[in-house]
Write a protein that binds this ligand. Sequence first.
Ligand code: DGL
Length: 272
Amino acid sequence: MADNRAIGVFDSGLGGLTVAREIMKLLPNENIVYFGDTGRVPYGTKGRETIRKYALQDERFLLSCNVKMIVAACGTVSSVASDTAEQLPVPFVEVVSHSVNAAIAATKSGKIGVLATNATISSGAHKKQILKLMPDAQVVEAAGTLLVPIVEEGWIGEDDAVAIETLKRYLAPMIENNIDTLILGCTHFPVLSSIIRNILGDSVALINMGEATAKAIEKMLENTDCLNDGAKTAQYKFYASDKTKSFEKTVKVLLGNYNKDFEIEQVDIEKV
Ligand code: DGL
């Protein structure tokens, strides 16, 4: 048995494309429907009830696209609104637990950093899960609020002074506490990996939640016999709640090598 329906992926905006691209890389046969709530991004600075309301609408939209699974490719939704998926008729995948598992596997000293949005850090989702699995761990958290707009602007070059200085400030407590593993707990941050590596050095393991989540999705689909049987080439469909001037630039930055010419259809998500 195979299931050739698409995997539904959503994020508060375009950042979730860093997760989508890891799914494309690992599972090239899988069709993907992506929804980015670009009209209401960022979620990371909003309150819990607003984030939950938005997540429910995003999930409802993807269900209307007849997907076989829904992936919350958003650290913020995964941290504060995973319970919105309890009633879903299809499997739900969030990004926090898979990155926590990858961090626990990678750390030697038990000193783990978490860099994410304000809402994610305030929820303590990563810290709680790490301490449950590794009670002796030391978790160092930082809310990297300014990093999301920096990535949206495309200021991600290895020599970009603004990105470097901002990251140095957020990463200072990580260096002070001598972490050996850093969870990039926000979808936008993988594209800053080179700068982060330059600041922290090669000895610190960087956990990309897209990679960790794509591996978990592969396992889930294998175990339930729901992989696409590869009869067709994968189709990617993109939806967003708003289109802005910087849209194409941001898509290019986040999709990296997986950027192709594609149409993005606009959805009135408030009506879903
Ligand atoms: N997608 C969000 C996350 O991964 C970052 C952008 C936002 O704040 O909405 O947390």
